[in-house]
Every structure is written in C-alpha cells, then in structure tokens.
Design a protein around this ligand. Structure first.
Ligand SMILES: [Zn+2]
Length: 64
C-alpha cells in the first residue's frame, strides 16, 4: 500500500483511540514510514469505493 501524501511505503499498524464514540479502543490501520500519515479502516474503505458510489456529505439548503 502506498501513502496518498508522499507515495511512501505504508505498513499495517495498530492504534489506540480512547475517545472513540463506538467504544472501540484499539483498531488496525496503516501508517506511512516516510511521513507518518495514518489511514484507518474507514478511510481505506472510503478510498476504495468508486467515486460514483459516494454520496455528498451534506446537501446545502438554499435559503429563500
Ligand atoms: Zn507518506
């Protein structure tokens, strides 16, 4: 896997997230050896989805 920031080598790693709302404390992800960029499973899954399948984050209502 390549880093999206610097194209460096990313390696699997485990991270602790004490503030996670899901109650999950530890999760697996990827860490770039070169720049330290971190990709968690959610980020990776979103990236692998084709752009057409993505929904807009929010629809802005136009105030009349
Ligand atoms: Zn990197």
């Amino acid at each position: 896997m390549q880093c999206v920031r610097c194209n460096g080598l990313m390696v699997p790693d485990r991270f602790a997230d004490l503030a996670d709302d899901t109650g999950q404390i530890e999760f697996g992800g990827w860490r770039c050896l070169v720049c330290g960029n971190i990709a968690d499973p959610v980020i990776v899954a979103n990236r692998q989805r084709p752009p057409a399948a993505r929904k807009p984050l929010r629809k802005r209502a136009v105030a009349a």
